[in-house]
Design a protein around this ligand. Structure first.
Ligand SMILES: Cc1cc2nc3c(=O)[nH]c(=O)nc-3n(C[C@H](O)[C@H](O)[C@H](O)COP(=O)(O)O)c2cc1C
Length: 193
């Protein structure tokens, strides 16, 4: 198979897998390290390399989940708070092997627009997702829970300009891959002049 076809298969077969579908099987830390190195090869304007990762595995996953649920409890107005969501956050990662929190770190000296550092960090995440697909690892890139709440920025010690990009729930699944869906083709979203 030529390189393009290999890459095309990886890109098109990659699917988001909900953490509820993970089976508890562990991923070797070495594989996670390899994926983080792939992330580091994302394009980066001004060489700011703004992607940052906090990796949870083993017992630290339960600790993070408890902290995430507590952030929800302590930062949600009473009329919006539900016990179901609290329990959901507590248990979302029960069968995950690793959870990676991703954020964009803005360098004080960065001159490029913020959106470009966010774009570079998103590209780094995509490198992880594609590498994971190639390794048969299931992932969900999630921005649920408290990801976009300022309390989570504080929890991870982010500065004002930094941006939480999401949580990657990673593991293995026994579920068959679902068929990918897109609203329209790339051609339909493109204009040639
Ligand atoms: C920035 C971002 C945040 C996302 N957050 C969530 C999320 O919180 N929950 C979820 O179920 N999926 C989330 N997704 C995954 C999308 O639902 C998924 O990519 C989409 O349904 C297309 O499916 P596919 O990734 O299998 O092609 C997110 C995707 C992106 C790019």
């Amino acid at each position: 198979m030529d390189n393009f076809t290999v890459l095309q298969n990886i890109i098109q077969n990659r699917r988001s897998v909900k953490p509820a579908l993970l089976n508890g099987q562990k991923i070797a830390d070495e594989q996670i390290r390899s994926l983080l190195e792939l992330a580091n090869w994302a394009p980066t304007h001004g060489r700011t390399e703004p992607w940052r990762f906090v990796v949870f595995s083993g017992e630290t996953i339960a600790k993070f989940s408890a902290d995430h649920a507590a952030l929800y409890k302590n930062n949600t107005p009473e009329d919006k708070y539900t016990e179901a969501k609290y329990e959901g956050l507590l248990h979302t990662a029960d069968n995950a092997s690793h959870v990676i929190a991703v954020y964009m770190k803005r360098l004080p000296e960065a001159k490029i627009p913020v959106v470009e550092d966010i774009a570079a960090t998103a590209a780094a995440v995509q490198n992880i997702l594609l590498g994971a697909e190639a390794l048969g690892i299931a992932v969900l890139w999630s921005t649920g829970g408290m990801v976009h709440n300022p309390a989570m920025k504080t929890y991870f010690g982010l500065d004002q300009e930094d941006v939480m990009m999401g949580l990657l729930y990673m593991g293995h699944t026994n579920e068959p891959a679902v068929e990918g869906k897109r609203r329209s083709s790339g051609e339909e979203k493109s204009t040639w002049k």
